[in-house]
Design a protein around this ligand. Sequence first.
Ligand SMILES: Cc1cc2nc3c(=O)[nH]c(=O)nc-3n(C[C@H](O)[C@H](O)[C@H](O)COP(=O)(O)O)c2cc1C
Length: 339
Amino acid sequence: MTNIKNQLDSSILIKGRTVENRVLLAPMAGLGHVAFRELVEKFNGFGLLFTGMCSAKAIPHENPDVSQVFKWRKQELPRLVCQIFGSDAVSMAKAAERIEKEGFFGVDLNFGCSVAAICRRGCGAELLKTPSLVSKIVEQVRKAVSIPVFVKFRTGWQDNRDFAVDMAKRFEDAGADALVFHPRVAPDRRSRPPRWSHIAHVKKAVSIPVFGNGNIFDINDCTKIIEHTGCDGVSLGRIAVAKPWIAASFTREFIPGKNIYAYTAMEMTRLLLKYYNEHFAIKLFKKFVPYFSANFKFGHSICRKLIKKNSIHEIQKNIETIFKDTPETLERPNLNMFM
Ligand SMILES: Cc1cc2nc3c(=O)[nH]c(=O)nc-3n(C[C@H](O)[C@H](O)[C@H](O)COP(=O)(O)O)c2cc1C
C-alpha cells in the first residue's frame, strides 16, 4: 500500500514539465466545473485537473466571466488542463492557441466521448472512425502550441485491442505528449467494466506517459491497474465526485474526519453560488448529489432529500439536518448510483 502510494505520489515529466503526482482528475462535463475543482483543491491531492469538455468552435469567442464551462480560477491554471472537443483540425488548433494564451498547463483532445449529441456532430469517439483525421487534428494542435498536448481516447467502436494500440501509436507519432486511455468500446457507456488489460498493450506500444482510466474506486484498484498494466498513473472520474478528497487520501495520507460529508456538501453549495447564479448552482448541485449520496447505506433516501429543495438556503438547512448525526457510510460507494 505504502509502495503504491509512493508511486502515485512521485512526480512525472510531461513534455519536460513537472507534474507533482500521478493522480489526475478526469474531465467530466457538468461535474468537473470551477466550483467543484475549487472544492477538490482544498484537499490538494491531484497532480492535474481537467475541465469538462469545451467546444473547440466556441473557445475563441468564449467569455470566461459568463461561460458556464470555459471558466477557471487563476490559481489553478498551473495544473489545469482544458479539454476540447471538435471535428476538424483548424478549430481544434485555434482553440488550443487560446488555451495556451490563457496560461493553462495543457490542452486535452477528446477522442472518447460517445454521447450521441457529440458523435452526431462528428466529434469525440466518432473521430476514431477516421484515423487519418485523428492524426491531422493532433498534428495541427501540436504545431499550434508548445504546451503539453494530451489525448483522451477509448478502445474504439469494437473491442479490438490492436486498434487501440494502433491509435496510441498514431497519437504519439502526431505529437501527443501523454495519453489517458479508457478501455471501453464507444457504444458502451460505463455499463460493462473497462478492459484494463488493454492498457498494458497501449503502454507497451508508446514511449509517452499513459494514464489508465475507468472504474478506479480505491487504493486497491490503483494497485491492480498499475501492477497489471504498467501505466504511469491514474485518472479518476466519478469516485472523485463521490469523495472529492480521494486523491489526497492516496497522495497526502489525508484521513477524512467524521464531519467530511457535511463539510463537503456545504462547501459545494457555497462554491457553486460563488461562481453561478442560484438557478444554475442548484442544477449543478443536483448533478453532484447522486455520486455523493452513493457513500451512504441509505444513499437513495439521502439523495432524494438533498435534491428536493429549490433554494440554496433550503438545501443548506437540509444538509445541516441530514448530517447532524453522520449517516451510516459504505466501505465502497454504491456503484448503482453512479451514472
Ligand atoms: C457525468 C460525466 C461526464 C463526463 N464528461 C466527460 C468529458 O467531458 N470528457 C471526457 O473525456 N470524458 C468525460 N466523461 C468520462 C470520464 O472522464 C471517465 O472517462 C469515465 O467516467 C470513466 O472513469 P471513472 O470510472 O473513473 O468515472 C464523463 C463522465 C461522466 C460520468
